[in-house]
Design a binder for this molecule. Structure first.
Ligand code: ADP
Ligand code: MG
Length: 326
C-alpha cells in the first residue's frame, strides 16, 4: 500500500455516514441515492497555500476552511449540503501525523457540524499544498436561489458583519512579513491577530440559506468582497443598486478604522462568507420578524445599472476592485 493510500485512511471514518450513501470511501467511486423531487447542486473550490490562505495558517484551519468555503457556495443556492469529495496535493514534508491529524480533524468538525459526509477523494504529492473540495447538496426541484432573480424595489441584505476576515488577513500578512524580516516579533504574535477566527474559521450560512428559499429573489455568498459579489447579482439580474455604507454591519474593531480603510476591507476585501441576498420589502418585514439577527438591510435594487454608494445618504465615490485572482 502506498504512503498516500495510507493517508486517505485518516479520512475513512472521520464523518458520519449519510443514509443516501450506498458506497463511500474505499472503492473506485462513491455511489449515492438521490432524494426524490430534488435537484443536485454541486460546486468545487480550490485553496492554494500562500494564495488563498497565509502560509502560517494552522493545519486544522486549512482543513476546516477548505470545506467551509464550499458549504458557503451551497448555502448561497439555498441547498442542503450532503457530501464532499476531497483532493489533497501534499508536500512530502507534511505527510505525517502531526500535520494530517489536525487537518483531518478540521474537516471532520465542520462536516459533522453540518451533517456532511466525506465520500471520496484523491491524494497526490506536490511542492505546493493545494486542497480542492467538491461539495454536493440537494434543493427541492425549482427552488434554488440564483444570482439572476433580483427585482427593482428589492431590499439588499447581508447576513452578518462584513470586512472582518480581510482586516485579519491584513494583520497576518504584515506579521508574516515582519517575521521574515526578523523584526522583533514574538512567536505568539500570530495567535493574537484581531478577528482571526473570521478569516480561519468562517461559519457558512447553511441554515439561513435554506430558510431563504421562498423569500429571497437572488443570493450570492461574499467571497471576493461585497462590492464585486453584489456586482455579480446586478449583472446577472440586469439591475442596479444603491447601498448605504453606514448600514453595513461592522465589527467594533473595524468600526474604529478610518472610513476609507473600513470600506476597503468591506467592499474589496475577501473571505467574509456571509450571504448577500435580495427580497421584496414585504418579505423583508416577515423574515426580519423571525430572524432579525441574520438579516441586515444595506440598500435597494434600482433600475439604473451599476452600484451607487452613499454614506448616511450622501453620495460617495469608492473604487470597486474586489479580490483579483490573476
Ligand atoms: P483510485 O486509484 O482508484 O483512484 P485511490 O487509491 O486514489 O483510488 O483512492 C482509494 C479510495 O480512497 C477511493 O475511494 C478514494 O475516494 C479514497 N480517497 C483517496 N484520497 C482521499 C482523500 N484525500 N479523502 C477522502 N478519500 C480519499
Ligand atoms: Mg480506481
Amino acid at each position: 500500500m502506498s504512503e498516500f493510500s495510507l493517508i486517505y485512511q485518516h479520512f475513512q471514518h472521520c464523518t458520519r455516514k449519510n443514509p443516501l450513501t450506498q458506497v463511500g470511501i474505499g472503492d473506485d467511486c462513491a455511489i449515492s441515492s438521490m432524494p426524490s423531487d430534488c435537484e443536485l447542486v454541486s460546486c468545487i473550490d480550490t485553496l492554494v497555500a500562500g494564495r488563498h490562505f497565509p502560509l502560517s495558517t494552522s493545519a486544522y484551519a486549512i482543513g476546516y476552511k477548505s470545506v467551509a468555503v464550499n458549504l458557503s457556495d451551497l448555502a448561497a443556492m439555498g441547498a442542503t449540503p450532503y457530501a464532499i469529495l476531497l483532493s489533497i496535493s501534499l508536500p512530502a514534508k507534511l505527510a505525517h501525523d502531526d500535520w494530517l491529524k489536525p487537518f483531518a480533524q478540521g474537516i471532520a468538525d465542520i462536516c459533522n457540524r453540518f451533517d456532511v459526509e466525506l465520500i471520496g477523494g484523491d491524494t497526490t504529492q506536490s511542492n505546493t499544498l493545494t486542497i480542492s473540495v467538491t461539495a454536493l447538496g440537494f434543493v427541492p426541484s425549482g427552488q434554488a436561489i440564483t444570482r439572476r432573480g433580483a427585482k427593482v424595489g428589492d431590499i439588499i441584505c447581508v447576513s452578518g458583519e462584513i470586512g472582518s476576515a480581510s482586516f485579519a488577513l491584513q494583520q497576518i500578512l504584515h506579521a508574516e512579513k515582519s517575521e521574515r524580516h526578523n523584526i522583533a516579533l514574538q512567536p505568539i504574535a500570530l495567535q493574537q491577530i484581531a478577528l482571526q477566527p473570521a478569516l480561519d474559521l468562517p461559519v457558512p450560512q447553511v441554515e439561513l440559506g435554506q430558510k431563504l428559499r421562498g423569500f429571497a429573489h437572488s443570493m450570492i455568498d461574499i467571497s471576493d468582497g461585497l462590492g464585486q459579489d453584489l456586482g455579480h447579482i446586478l449583472t446577472a439580474s440586469q439591475v442596479g443598486a444603491v447601498v448605504d455604507l453606514a448600514s453595513i454591519p461592522t465589527h467594533p474593531r473595524l468600526q474604529a478604522l478610518p472610513n476609507t480603510d473600513k470600506w476597503q476591507h468591506q467592499l474589496n476585501g475577501g473571505d467574509d462568507y456571509q450571504l448577500c441576498f435580495t427580497m421584496s420589502e414585504q418579505n423583508f418585514v416577515k423574515f426580519n420578524q423571525q430572524f432579525s439577527d441574520k438579516i441586515f438591510a444595506i440598500g435597494k435594487i434600482v433600475t439604473e445599472n451599476g452600484l451607487r454608494l452613499t454614506y448616511n445618504n450622501q453620495p460617495i465615490e469608492f473604487s470597486i476592485t474586489g479580490y483579483q485572482h490573476f
